[in-house]
Design a protein around this ligand. Sequence first.
Ligand code: 5GP
Ligand code: ZN
Length: 113
Amino acid sequence: MRDDCLFCRIVDGHLPADVVHREDGIVVFRDINPVAETHVLVVPEEHIADLRELEPSQADLWMRLTRVATAVATRLGHEAGYRFYVSAGPGGGQTVPHLHIHVLGGRMKRFPQ
Ligand code: 5GP
Ligand code: ZN
């Protein structure tokens, strides 16, 4: 938990979010600025700054994050499929330095910058 990290503060309940799923070590909430009909963020509770920091020892966590992405997309009505993307670092367009998977479902409003 980092006091200066937006998503750590959401995970901890210090800041509000529209949480759609929560399970051991993982929280899923709606993006505040959705670019598709469904736009949720799959977030590990543990502070990992970005994908480039993931270690082989976290393979199980990564697998669980991807499975939660599919489970939530399906539950929200996107059985036919969904988009999945991760920005890694400022050069990849990441604006919140706490690892998160974007799950986009349904009609796209615009493509993320
Ligand atoms: P990134 O640009 O790091 O890949 O994605 C960060 C995402 O977090 C953006 O899509 C942005 O709209 C979303 N976001 C930024 N601040 C908040 C917030 O306070 N609450 C929620 N729910 N989403 C946020
Ligand atoms: Zn954090």
